[in-house]
Ligand binder design. Sequence first.
Ligand SMILES: Cc1cc2nc3c(=O)[nH]c(=O)nc-3n(C[C@H](O)[C@H](O)[C@H](O)COP(=O)(O)OP(=O)(O)OC[C@H]3O[C@@H](n4cnc5c(N)ncnc54)[C@H](O)[C@@H]3O)c2cc1C
Length: 585
Amino acid sequence: MLRKNDPTPVVVEKWLTDFEQALAAPNDAGLRALFRPDCHWRDVLALTWTIQTLGGRDTVVSALKQWAARARPKGFRIAENRTPPRRVTRVGTDTIEALLAFETDGGWCDGVVRLTEDGGAPQAWTLLTSLDQIKGHEEQFGRTRRQDKVYSRDFRGPNWLDQRKASVEYADRDPAVLVVGGGQAGLSIAARLTQLQIDTLIVDRWPRIGDNWRRRYHALVLHNQTHVNHLPYMPFPPTWPNYIPKDKIATWFEAYVDSQELNYWTGTDFEGASYDEAQGRWTITLPHADGTMRQLRPRHVVMATGASGIPVLPDIPTLKNFRGTVIHSSQYEDGEAWKGKSALVIGTGNSGHDIAQDLHSAGANTTLVQRGSTMVVQVEPGAQLPYTLYDEGPPLEDCDLITVSVPLALAKKSHIAMTEQAKKLDQLLLDGLARRGFRLDFGDDRAGWQFKYLTRGGGYYFNVGCSDLIVTGEIGLIQFSDIAEFVADGARLRDGNVLKADLIVLATGYKGQEALMRKLFGDAVATRVGSIWGFGDGQELRNMFVRTPQPGLWFIAGSFAQCRIYSKYLALQIKASEEGLLPAD
Ligand SMILES: Cc1cc2nc3c(=O)[nH]c(=O)nc-3n(C[C@H](O)[C@H](O)[C@H](O)COP(=O)(O)OP(=O)(O)OC[C@H]3O[C@@H](n4cnc5c(N)ncnc54)[C@H](O)[C@@H]3O)c2cc1C
């Protein structure tokens, strides 16, 4: 923390002044002197109109020069009224971390620089440049809030409620943006777009807003603490508990839609769309649950469908011998019906564990069947370690900016350290699981659950009790390789015994977004767009929160925090596209 007479702000101000001058200078020498050889630059729309991370001084300096020539950044300074520059340790490195502000020809921007001194002049280790507002299209809030009329000669004219009803009907117009999916991803992007005065409609197949949470298992509370899970603009009340129960968040979603004036059609299944290149519009026919049909022609479709895509149903030839009930985890609703019966749950990710625990709690004799090694982390404190920053004091917006400013390579190092820390904290439980024959892993390069999530969307379990029940033997555990074949009344094991079952749940996950895109938009669009989510060889999630190769098609997904943070940048790009400000390249 900064103390009185601390020279830190002076050091930062000097670096920023030198940086601005060096950016405008005709050669690279000045700029090179300001960066460490192992530096990283992440730009989030400010200079490049995309999200990209570059590493290494030569690459960073030449790219900064190139993009600065177009965007013409200026006015670099320490951000006013935000967390002041601080000396902190990030990924084991002592650094001065400063939130900054600047502008380009088109935008009001912010960012974060981390300087290290290493005995010489301060040099940048990491630099984030990010777009905050588009000039001339600023969000309207606080003192610039929307100016509705207070005075009216006609008291019977359409009031707010009449206008909201007309707005959501779309009787005589098309939305500019159709958002498919009304979970946290859909709500976040719709709220941001609505704030930017982009006409946006959410459609969701569930009959009631919040059903995506309401219909999950009985005991569910969110896994992350309340202070990291806020939606944009409308933080949860400070009186709320640290872990939000599912029905509470579902009800909040309803209130959020009302409060943020979001247009939302429930009971509406999105079954596909075709794109008219000449018109720059999608044609979409939407069947409602009541049997009626509507055709819409939005310019943009944002896919916010989460994991609820296409279930993976593994090819297990002998499963056809089984005479009991077989369901995919997506079809599982409640354990009550299985009281006193026996169940096998195949798959040891979060869903498999949660369903096994729900069945066990309902009085079913339950066995988990493990197919691949799985990471297990205690939901508290291990799974909360990545969010420590949000408990350190800076306001939410500053924590979000600091989170965005960490380049992938450093994030990975930090997660390797956190995985090691969580492993130590959880050692007793992990030893108990290992004794039961549970096969544990800690992710590729031991980078833990966050990287499993970002690369494959699963492969881990936050223990909320099921692991303890496995350790005590109350929930059984076998390996899939222990099963010789499925038979009419269960699974015959290699030792000849039959493990009886009335129910088999395939908690075997979902196909990736590519498969869903292929189904909904066809082969040509799927091929054009390519991979979605995961990093491939790059340092950013593929086709997430940015322009895809298919005009008018966008994707958003992730945790509450990711959706809150990146919905802002996705909305800014759509706004820029609508205003003709998004450059072609
Ligand atoms: C027990 C548990 C605890 C969790 N805790 C947290 C936590 O604390 N913090 C956190 O960040 N994450 C948490 N998660 C993980 C994750 O954030 C959620 O799974 C979340 O639901 C993802 O949100 P989403 O909006 O991307 O997708 P979803 O919530 O799955 O919403 C997608 C919506 O799209 C709709 N849809 C899909 N396809 C179509 C279609 N073709 N037409 C119309 N509608 C469609 C669906 O009906 C659904 O409502 C938790 C998950 C579980 C299971």
